[in-house]
Design a protein around this ligand. Structure first.
Ligand SMILES: [Zn+2]
Length: 335
């Protein structure tokens, strides 16, 4: 590898990894206990409480009284007993070439007006934090998290437009949950918006909207993915599956896109969480099995076996969020 080429790759990976290091380190096999931000023995030089993971500068930072400060690469070297190049390759597998980092919206030059607009709206929004409108909405749905995926953002006041005689007209503005939709190359292709009001979905005809249609297999990469990936239809359903199973889940956003969804080359196990639309036209089941079928057919091209499981809730009309919320309600009742 040419030096300059490597530097380019390194800076690219660093950029994509920034802010997502805790998840990345876990994904490449670093013990979660080491990342709990408490004082503890150093994986490099031992002791009893000299080491602390801080992620202070969003680079997976740590401090050790024995071997000094360092970043996520150094931490992984020590924790996994690997050299820099091996750690770099692992991190790149999670955030770089095959899979762009959850959260790293590539600062790619906006190719067209839509991308420019997506970028502008994204920049107006901020990460979801406890107490904001998105947190309130997800909490009301039983989907509260300590830390939300950075591909989700909170927009305090997003314009709501309707088409009138071929023209777009602004008819109001609401808080909104934004989700960044990334194409296969990791570049943000568009935004998904959910308009909110008082901790609920706003009462609007099109409360969920994609900024531009035809996302063609692009996904909201909510969690870093290495060899395992789970897929569900919507954002909320995906969070529910993640909370219930701990798996990295990507929402496909709709049935049509689920069938086309791009699956990273590194994935060896795919779990598809479909809706039970037996009360309607079986769209949820059809999309889930269509994706399973496509991926199995691509197996030979991939060059290694991929295990695919499809999970459909038992009851007609249910999705996995319904199942999760009921389970949560039972737990709360029991407590
Ligand atoms: Zn140390």
């Amino acid at each position: 590898m040419e030096n300059r080429e490597f530097e380019q790759r390194l800076s690219d990976v660093k950029g994509r990894a920034e802010g997502s290091w805790t998840a990345i380190l876990e994904a490449i096999g670093v013990d979660a206990k080491l990342l709990n931000r408490r004082n503890q023995p150093c994986p490099g030089c031992g002791g009893t409480d000299r080491f602390q993971y801080t992620d202070k500068y969003r680079h997976g930072d740590f401090h050790c009284r024995g071997c000094g400060p360092g970043d996520g690469f150094r931490l992984a070297e020590m924790a996994l007993g690997l050299g820099f190049i091996d750690v770099f390759k692992k991190v790149e597998t999670v955030v770089g070439k095959p899979v762009a980092a959850a959260g790293a919206v590539s600062p790619a030059p906006p190719a067209d007006r839509m991308r420019k607009l997506a970028r502008k709206i994204w920049d107006e929004a901020c990460p979801v934090t406890a107490g904001d409108e998105v947190d309130a909405y997800l909490t009301n749905r039983g989907l509260k998290m300590d830390r939300y995926p950075s591909v989700l953002r909170f927009h305090p006041c997003l314009g709501y437009f309707v088409k009138e005689g071929g023209k777009s007209k602004k008819v109001g503005a609401y808080p909104a949950m934004l989700a960044c939709v990334q194409g296969q190359d990791g570049v943000a292709v568009t935004l998904h918006r959910t308009y909110l009001q008082a901790g609920r979905k706003a009462d609007l005809p099109d409360v969920k909207k994609l900024l531009s249609s035809g996302i063609n297999g692009a996904a909201v990469r909510m969690f870093p993915v290495l060899d395992e990936l789970a897929v569900a239809e919507g954002i909320e359903k995906s969070l529910a599956v993640h909370l219930a199973t701990g798996k990295p889940v990507w929402p496909a956003l709709n049935c049509g896109n689920m069938e086309k969804l791009w699956i990273p080359e590194s994935v060896k196990r795919l779990s598809i969480y479909g809706d039970n639309d037996a009360d309607k036209a079986y769209d949820g089941q059809a999309a889930a099995y269509a994706l399973a079928r496509r991926v199995k057919k691509e197996e030979r091209r991939r060059g290694f076996p991929i295990r695919v499981d499809v999970y459909i809730p038992k009851q007609a009309g249910d999705d996995w969020e319904d199942v999760w919320v009921r389970r949560l309600a039972r737990t709360l009742k029991a407590a």
